[in-house]
Design a protein around this ligand. Structure first.
Ligand SMILES: [Zn+2]
Length: 341
């Protein structure tokens, strides 16, 4: 292609340790390096967020190494290689150690015993790092579409995080040990559309909107209980389960062998259209009530949250993110749950 952008790389042929300096460029679906080339579909593209140098794995065992990660990212971008999350994803993930046998067994068992069984198997088989990457990609998509950076002052964000950490520290001191290995609170402006809201993504990213924290500025215990509820969804990996349930057996099976392209392609639609099951909600509520109380938080203040959110969302009832807390049914029983012993 005329004017295709070129970049310096070191080529290792996979047999000797000798690095050969080459120029690399993309031409349609072909990666050229020096005199050689490989179809893009057969190379493993580096993960974008990995720090340090970038390496493209070539078919047949060779490696193209790029010492300057920033230059590589810029080159990948101008070459149109960072546009498609799905393509990037598809070519960057190869999970080692999950055998084809498992896939075949799962397909057979899935058809035999049904999707829920297969989903649980896939959830158990999926490494946390892969789940986390799913969440990161989803958050990127949501940031591009629905979310804006938080407008809360930094001091206010810090104060919320400190309250949250204090609750967790106290809960831990009181013997509450069932916390997920990894989670992170993200502050975002969700605009009118999302309103006061919070939701958890696979892998432990919990998003809370400015409007929710403003709505509950005078009710920190309610806000902390909402966040604890979202942590419950993280703890039980509900987001991942939901996405897999909404897929097909073949999607679930492909996840087990480390191909997430189908899952990722369907993910935004799943997020928009599928709510958690009532069982999952109840599980997250139980988790939240126990954790928050162990952390010294008065969970009965949830009644105020439900009351205020009902007023607010009676007007704006269509939510682009179906797993968000504002879409959860808050019947009298649920309100009572957070007050009773
Ligand atoms: Zn929920």
């Amino acid at each position: 292609m005329e004017g295709a952008s070129r970049i310096a790389a070191d080529w290792f042929d996979g047999r000797s340790a000798r690095a050969r300096p080459v120029e690399a460029w993309l031409d349609g679906a072909t990666l050229h390096f020096g005199e050689r080339s490989a179809p893009l579909a057969e190379v493993t593209w580096p993960e974008r967020q990995r720090h340090g140098q970038r390496q493209i794995l070539l078919p047949g065992g060779g490696v193209l190494s790029f010492a300057d990660a920033e230059a590589f990212d810029a080159w990948a971008h101008t070459s149109g290689r960072s546009d498609s999350v799905v393509v990037r994803w598809q070519q960057s993930w190869r999970l080692a150690g999950l055998s084809l046998l498992l896939l075949v067994a799962m397909l057979a068992a899935g058809y035999r015993w049904g999707l829920p069984w297969a989903v649980n198997t896939a959830v158990d088989a999926l490494p946390p790092a892969a789940e986390r990457t799913i969440g990161e990609r989803l958050l990127e998509g949501l940031d591009a579409e629905w979310l804006k950076p938080s407008k809360l002052p930094a001091a206010s964000q810090l104060a919320w995080l400190q309250r949250w950490e204090a609750m967790l520290a106290k809960a831990r001191a009181n013997g509450s040990s069932a916390m997920p290995a990894r989670f992170e609170i993200h502050f975002r402006d969700g605009g009118e559309r999302l309103g006061p809201n919070a939701f958890a993504l696979p892998g432990g990213d919990v998003v809370v909107t400015d409007a929710l924290l403003e709505l509950l500025a005078d009710e920190p215990d309610a806000a902390l209980t909402v966040l604890a509820h979202e942590l419950g969804h993280v703890r039980y990996r509900h987001g991942l389960r939901l996405m897999l349930h909404a897929g097909t057996i073949s999607v679930v099976a492909s996840v087990i062998v480390g191909d997430f392209s189908a899952l990722l392609a369907a993910a935004p639609a799943v997020l928009a259209g599928s709510a958690y099951s009532r069982d999952n909600e109840r599980q997250a509520d139980f988790y939240a009530r126990e954790l928050a109380r162990a952390g010294g938080v008065d969970t009965s203040r949830m009644a105020v949250f439900f009351e205020r959110i009902a007023k607010r969302h009676a007007v704006v009832d269509e939510n682009p993110i179906a797993i968000a807390i504002s879409t959860h049914p808050a019947d009298a029983q649920r309100v009572r749950f957070f007050s009773e012993n």
